[in-house]
Design a binder for this molecule. Structure first.
Ligand code: HEM
Length: 141
């Protein structure tokens, strides 16, 4: 039987990637489960009111966070920076508040609009921190 060494150039080594993106990837998968669960519920009930919540949980929660996790794993200098911590907390505090308040607003509770607006500003600030981090701390090896 043929065996391959862990140090073989054709075998990806688990030590090639920094663990700084792991928490991002695990949270992204949790958002994916929630987003997909909402999609299945909408399809089953034929009530698509929560469509924007589903889209934002999947796109900001799953797609954007998974991409950040992968980028931060490949570029640990960016992943372990202060801007990455700012990005992490802004993204993960804003999205749950935004998802719940958006759910209320699309269901007709207009009084929640200020909470939604604040969460959206925080989410946008997180994206700005991410962009600044990429421009300032992404270094080729
Ligand atoms: C099993 C997985 C999923 C199911 C069952 C599902 C289900 C749905 C349903 C029922 C709608 C509403 C369609 C309509 O109104 O005609 C929808 C819309 C949408 N979904 Fe999903 N979805 C899934 C995964 C995803 C993922 C992974 C993403 C993004 C990464 C995504 C992004 C969107 C977007 C952007 C919309 C349009 C929202 C809008 O028009 O306001 N979905 N999905």
């Amino acid at each position: 039987m043929q065996t391959t060494s862990a140090a073989s150039p054709v075998t990806p080594s688990t030590t090639s990637f920094s663990p700084v993106g792991v928490i991002w990837l695990k949270l992204a998968v949790i958002y994916l489960i929630i987003g997909v669960g909402m999609g299945i519920m909408m399809g089953a009930s034929e009530d698509f009111t929560m469509r924007p919540v589903h889209a934002h949980v999947n796109l900001l929660g799953w797609a954007t966070m998974a991409l950040a996790g992968l980028i931060y794993s490949v570029f640990p200098s960016a992943g372990s920076s202060k801007l990455a911590r700012v990005h992490f907390w802004l993204a993960n505090v804003s999205l749950p508040v935004m998802a719940v308040s958006l759910g209320f607003v699309v269901s007709g509770s207009r009084s929640v609009v200020p909470v939604l607006a604040i969460s959206e500003i925080l989410a946008a600030a997180g994206i700005i921190a991410f962009a600044a981090n990429i421009f300032l701390n992404l270094k080729g090896r």
